[in-house]
Write a protein that binds this ligand. Structure first.
Ligand SMILES: Nc1nc2c(c(=O)[nH]1)N[C@H]1C(S)=C(S)[C@@H](COP(=O)(O)O)O[C@H]1N2
Ligand SMILES: [Mo]
Length: 201
């Protein structure tokens, strides 16, 4: 069990559940337009400064879950690889390279956009995109790719898995009621994804 499970957070794997994943052996390649492309091991990722965003994952299917998402800021990763000024989009690839999604660089650099490995102080399990997932509370949940193995720095936009299947490329969270998983799934308005606090350590 986990906190996300306790809250009955839905588990989405459009490409099929990946099964058991090897956290200790996990690597994430950060490449594309940068001076120092690098493949980060799990150990290297957790050794980078940890940032904690108290924020919501909000799905276009209208559920939303709030907690303390912990991980490495995408901005910090891009510093390490020396991202080029030409980067306009950041593309996330999930395990098996079937699911991908891209976000604008301005959103990727915002303080609450993370490569996350924790929720409420627990390591993420496979169901919820462990060992590491994209987390971007500013946009609909389909921009938060699970079990990320590659981050590609691009100068052009490429529509991702759900975007190619009809969901908007900008993924801006629209008004309306969503099921708040922190309140047992009660339907209530969560304006703009209700991006909350940032607890920097
Ligand atoms: N690899 C992968 N990542 C994914 C998805 C998916 O199907 N596969 N679904 C997305 C969608 S639509 C949402 S709302 C969130 C859901 O995250 P959860 O399954 O942890 O609740 O993950 C996103 N990331
Ligand atoms: Mo979603």
């Amino acid at each position: 069990m986990s906190r996300l499970k306790d809250l009955r957070t839905p588990v989405f794997w459009a490409e099929g559940h990946p099964g058991k994943l090897d956290r200790e052996g996990w690597v994430v390649e950060v490449s594309g337009l940068c001076a120092n492309p690098k493949t980060f091991t799990w150990q290297e990722l957790i050794a980078l400064p940890k940032s904690i965003a108290d924020a919501r994952l909000t799905s276009v299917t209208r559920f939303s879950v709030r907690g303390k998402w912990g991980g490495v800021k995408i901005a910090d990763l891009l510093d390490v690889v020396k991202a080029s000024p030409e980067v306009k989009y950041v593309r996330f690839w999930s395990y098996r390279m079937i699911y991908d999604t891209s976000i604008p660089i301005e959103t990727a650099l915002r303080e609450r956009t993370l490569l996350a490995y924790e929720f409420d102080e627990e390591l993420l399990e496979e169901d919820y995109g462990g060992p590491v997932r994209g987390f971007c509370p500013y946009l609909w949940g389909y921009k938060s790719a699970k079990s990320v193995i590659k981050i590609e720095l691009m100068d052009q936009y490429i529509s991702g898995f759900w975007e190619q299947r009809g969901y908007p490329d900008d993924a801006l969270i629209t008004e309306g009621k969503v099921r708040d998983m922190n309140e047992g799934g009660r339907l209530r308005p969560i304006p703009n994804g209700e991006v909350i606090r940032f607890l920097d350590e």
